[in-house]
Write a protein that binds this ligand. Structure first.
Ligand SMILES: Cc1cc2nc3c(=O)[nH]c(=O)nc-3n(C[C@H](O)[C@H](O)[C@H](O)COP(=O)(O)O)c2cc1C
Length: 177
């Protein structure tokens, strides 16, 4: 089983990235994490470029979404919307039938209870990809910057318990697919 982890923030020290790194460290035996790190190499989406041979960064993204049995997303909100670079990634997945039916969930780490519009938009965009949103696995788990340790991981037990619940629901859905 492969879980693709996609972060919508490019920031060094990102709380979203820390959540995903923490999730990766908590995966049970037999589940492999694929931490996607190519968001800043993707070209701007253009249907004219969405032809063979694909740009290498797009081919890499599609290979990884195709191989994934489940996808976990963590993204911030910028100015009331999804970050442009992450929306660009999503646009590259919309025409890709291989993501169709793949269980997907997100964890909203906004420490202020924000990022509501970004997640509303994420839900809408994901319906265009035909990925299968696993509601039980989606969660609001506020992560203050102070919760991220020197090792880049989150050690707070309540946060980790919430991540565990999400992963369990997502992996259950993946196993049933
Ligand atoms: C340009 C900019 C715009 C932002 N706009 C929003 C916003 O509309 N809603 C929100 O909840 N947070 C907003 N934030 C706060 C970010 O979501 C917050 O900094 C978050 O920690 C970023 O995630 P990261 O730690 O993974 O980089 C904004 C931050 C920046 C830099």
């Amino acid at each position: 089983v492969i879980v693709l982890l996609i972060c919508g923030s490019l920031r060094r020290g990102s709380t979203n990235a820390a959540l995903l790194a923490t999730a990766r460290s908590m995966l049970p035996d037999g589940v492999e994490a694929d931490l996607y790190d190519g968001i800043d190499r993707l070209p701007h989406f253009n249907p004219d470029v969405d032809v063979d041979p694909l740009p290498p960064a797009v081919a890499d993204l599609r290979a990884r979404t195709t191989a994934a049995d489940a996808i976990l997303v963590c993204t911030p909100e910028y100015a009331g919307a999804l970050p442009g670079s992450f929306k660009n990634l999503l646009d590259w997945t919309v025409g890709d039938i291989d993501i169709s039916g793949t269980p997907v969930a997100w964890i909203n780490v906004s420490a202020t209870g924000g990022a509501v519009e970004a997640h509303r938009s994420l839900r809408l965009v994901l319906t265009y990809t035909d990925a299968r949103i696993i509601d039980d696995a989606c969660a609001d788990v506020p992560v203050p910057r102070s919760a991220v340790g020197e090792d880049g991981l989150i050690h707070d037990t309540a946060i980790r318990a919430a991540v565990e619940r999400s992963l369990t629901a997502l992996l259950r859905a993946a196993a049933a697919t």
